[in-house]
Design a protein around this ligand. Structure first.
Ligand SMILES: *Cc1c(COP(=O)(O)O)cnc(C)c1O
Length: 392
């Protein structure tokens, strides 16, 4: 007898996927229709308009790639780069390293600007690299580094690239809907994101947006894009503006219902209100963690509200603590990645998961698990968090 899979009910406070709003799960279960059905085409148009709202852009080429955030990343690189191009890659965590991989796999040369993990991309170092390599075609960086919980100065970096005649490629997978992402105001050229972080949707789609400059470069390429699936010249034929849509691939119909629902939720709340909510719960979480005697990894100025890196306290067993949180509280938090493995926990407050209920659950669970495992913590975490809530 075949047995259906019934996943456990978790609270997802890691680096993604984040808790999915039940409204989105309900949207997923609506009837599947054809991907060229007029009703579906209308939905696609609305998804594009809503993505323009969350990205704060009027870019016509704004759509979800039919694959997770990593595919949006790859789409930006393979469409804009050609063999032999030079690209400045700013790296201050795991995902900057993946940008480098993408550049090199395009046969392009990556000029690395490296910053310590846990600090933002250095604007000065990036400026120096631009001076040294005026022939670079693009500057790329991660706005919100999920591996460290750091926000970099996207506005300044994009402006520097533009002034130097370079394109900017920006990773906003974790930032979109959690903190301000302002594609047009920044003058960013190729920007990608994901659905399972602050949009609180199911994983599997990657919203992207390209400026007019970027579109021109894609249309004027000398050589075909190396990836057939991600070639925006072809994808545009299906997702493109007016007129008839040509079959390219079968869109993930129901997942697009889910994305649409999640964008409706963001619109209803309002972008600014969503950022403010992330900020509030972040402040409460940090107040609670610090009251316990734990310390945050990142300087306050650069912290991401949606991804909190906290130093693992002396004497705590990283894996055992996370395991106990999962088995005793059905609560998932993230481990450290790369050079921060074993040194930090990553507590996500993304989208639907950024709530008072989750902050208080996490503080209570962490407090009791640490005590049970013999780690000395101070009391008062819940009170400290509630003080933040009562002050508003
Ligand atoms: C999660 C993430 C990605 C990759 O997204 P997937 O949906 O896992 O493919 C890329 N960049 C950053 C900054 C991320 O946090």
């Amino acid at each position: 007898m075949a047995t259906s899979f019934h996943p456990p009910q978790r609270t997802l406070m890691g680096p993604g996927p984040s808790d999915v709003n039940p409204r989105i799960l309900e949207a997923l279960s609506r009837p599947t229709i054809g991907h060229l059905d007029p009703a579906f085409i209308a939905l696609m148009d609305d998804v594009k308009a809503k993505l323009q709202y969350v990205f704060k852009t009027s870019n016509l080429l704004t759509l979800p790639i039919s694959a997770p955030g990593s595919a949006g990343m790859e789409a930006c690189f393979v469409n804009l780069l050609s063999c032999g191009d030079k690209v400045i890659v700013c790296q201050n965590g795991v995902f900057g390293g993946r940008m480098r991989e993408n550049v090199e796999r395009c046969g392009a040369q990556a000029i690395m600007v490296e910053d310590e993990w846990g600090t933002p991309v250095s604007v000065d170092k990036a400026a120096e690299a631009i001076l040294q390599h005026p022939d670079a075609v693009a500057l790329c960086f991660v706005h919100a580094e999920t591996s460290t919980g750091v926000r970099s100065d996207a506005k300044t970096l994009c402006a520097m690239a533009r002034d130097a005649g370079m394109l900017s490629i920006v990773d906003t997978v974790t930032s979109l809907a959690g903190i301000d992402v302002a594609v047009d105001e920044w003058g960013a050229d190729a920007v990608y994101s994901g659905t399972q972080k602050c949009l609180s949707c199911v994983p599997g789609l990657s919203p992207v947006t390209f400026s007019e400059r970027a579109v021109q470069r894609i249309q004027q390429r000398q050589h075909k894009v190396q990836s057939w699936f991600l070639d925006m010249n072809l994808v545009m034929g299906y997702w493109g503006g007016e007129g008839k849509r040509a079959y390219h691939h079968t869109a993930p119909i129901n997942t697009l219902y889910a994305l649409h629902e999640s964008l409706c939720i963001v619109e209803e709340e309002g972008l600014e209100a969503s950022w403010a909510r992330h900020q509030l719960h972040h402040r409460a979480l940090v107040a609670g963690l610090e009251a316990m005697g734990l310390s945050m990894r990142v300087e306050a100025e650069y912290r991401l509200p949606q991804l909190n890196t906290v130093n693992i306290p002396e004497g705590a067993d990283d894996a055992a603590v996370r395991q106990a949180l999962l088995s005793d509280y059905s609560l998932e938090i993230g481990a450290g990645l790369g050079s921060l493995a074993g040194k930090v926990w990553r507590i996500g407050l993304m989208g639907h998961a950024a709530s008072r209920k989750n902050v208080l659950l996490c503080l209570h669970a962490l407090d009791s698990v640490l005590r049970a495992q013999g780690v000395a913590v101070q009391s008062g975490a819940i009170d400290a968090a509630n003080e933040v809530y009562h002050a508003i």
